[in-house]
Write a protein that binds this ligand. Structure first.
Ligand code: LLP
Length: 430
């Protein structure tokens, strides 16, 4: 579901022309649709209505304050992985009592901060971490709400770099050891409250089977942990994949229907498959979607600087690089790229869309059929709302792009483009 569409010969997001935004704010530019985010949240919320559930949006996907505020106002909670993300959530008006804290390497400062803020749960990823949390809680005179992340050893059938639920991945505690870890924590860690159990098997899953396999495998364990320790919740993690091929001709509603046919994993199929397995637990179910909530809601707008017709290839050199969007080179991520000017004919040419960074891996697309575009034309790299800006860097001393949030006909700069002084801030010559 998304609100990007061609209208009056140009690409719009909601009621705003992307060309006008690019001309006003410059490029590279991230643009997000509030309507898309809202619609994804409410649809997932409705699909999970058969369960006592809480959506904890995975902040790492897109942590802009305006995005977080949008989700907080919808009643969402947050899945955070650092003290910094918790700080952002609080700044955006989010409620720490609806936050879970994941990650294998939480520091003392981060754990203390989360406890001070009254976090809903810290998801421990090892027994050593559990003991560390217990010690810090004791020092602070608090009881720390914790869950243990189980590694169910299930293949998520996604890209190797975003698979997390196999034994060889660094995440969670082995399935076989979970009951012992809970038993030792209950016996020896008096400053812990065993509040839940968590899992997350990977990201960009495009079929429902790995979710079902993992839930089926872990549910009996959850039942056992509930019986022994009286936990409140089971978190099934995030990972719902999105369709990276967006139809731009139909309105948002009809796109949603088209997508049901195109995309193997729909939220309805997901909810229909997991609800009957989870309902009998009688627990609160947490779900931690990141990409699903914001992926299709964002585009990276870039301008063609030059065209180079080489012996082997045509290169379209654009002003956005791998520092702005690293997914194509890091995960072989495929992002649809379209001109902001609606193509008049079906003519296409094959080209590599490359950035200005001095690396061969600096591309947004390779061997891509694209309507002919020339220097000065703008392109939109679609479905860049998740893991786009949050993974961007200052590599090659390139300032971070600006971000704009569109809501109907209103466009707000929700993060200013960095200046070079911003980039150099804090540095000094000896
Ligand atoms: N919960 C936990 C514990 C996670 O580690 C993650 C993502 C999520 C939830 C949210 O997963 P999602 O619903 O977004 O799939 N940078 C990569 C994706 C990394 C995902 C890391 N963990 C990419 O651009 O594809």
């Amino acid at each position: 579901m998304h609100h990007f569409h061609y209208s009056q010969g140009g690409l719009f997001v909601e009621d705003v022309s992307l060309q006008s935004l690019a001309e006003k704010h410059g490029t590279p530019l991230y643009v997000y649709s509030k309507g898309t985010i809202t619609s994804h949240f409410t649809r997932l919320d409705a699909a999970l209505s058969g369960l006592d559930h809480l959506i904890c949006y995975a902040v790492k996907a897109n942590s802009n304050l305006a995005v977080l505020a949008t989700i907080a106002r919808l009643g969402g909670g947050f899945d955070i992985v650092s003290g910094g993300e918790l700080y952002r959530v609080i700044k955006a008006g989010g409620d720490p009592r609806k936050c879970t804290f994941a990650g294998v390497g939480k520091t003392r400062e981060e754990i203390a901060y989360a406890l001070d803020q009254g976090i809903y749960c810290i998801n421990a990823e090892s027994e050593a971490e559990l003991r560390h949390i217990n010690q810090i809680a004791g020092e602070l005179g608090k009881k720390a709400p914790v869950a243990v992340r189980v590694n169910p050893n299930v293949d998520a059938k996604t890209h190797a770099k975003i698979t997390t639920g196999k034994s060889e991945n660094k995440f969670g505690v082995d399935f076989e050891n979970i009951l012992d870890v809970y038993a030792r924590a209950a016996a020896e860690c008096q400053h812990l409250e065993l509040r839940g159990l968590q899992m997350h098997i990977g990201s960009q899953l495009t079929s429902v089977e790995p979710f079902v396999e993992a839930v089926r495998k872990v549910v009996p364990l959850v039942q056992e942990v509930k019986a022994r320790h009286g936990i409140q919740f089971f978190s099934i993690g995030g990972g719902i994949g999105i369709n990276y091929r967006q139809s731009l001709d139909s309105g948002p509603e009809s796109w949603w229907q088209e997508n049901e046919n195109l995309h193997p994993l729909t939220i309805q199929a997901y909810a229909d498959a997991v609800t009957p397995l989870l309902q009998p637990l009688g627990l609160r179910i947490l779900c931690e979607p990141g990409r699903f909530m914001v992926g299709n809601a964002g585009a990276l707008i870039t301008r063609v600087l030059y065209e180079k017709r080489g012996a082997a290839k045509i290169f379209k050199i654009v002003d956005a690089g791998m520092n702005d969007l690293i997914r194509p080179t890091l995960y072989e991520g495929w992002h649809q790229i379209v001109p902001l000017k609606q193509p008049a004919t079906g003519e296409v040419e094959k080209a590599d869309i490359v950035g200005p960074i001095c690396e061969t891996g600096d591309f947004l697309a390779q061997n891509r059929e694209l309507p002919p575009v020339q220097a000065g034309d703008y392109l939109a790299v679609l479905s860049a709302g998740a893991y786009g800006f949050t993974m961007a860097s200052n590599y090659n001393t390139r300032p971070m792009p600006a971000e704009v949030l569109v809501d109907g006909a209103k466009a707000t700069v929700v993060r200013e483009r960095q200046t070079l002084d911003d980039v150099l801030k804090g540095e000094r010559v000896e």
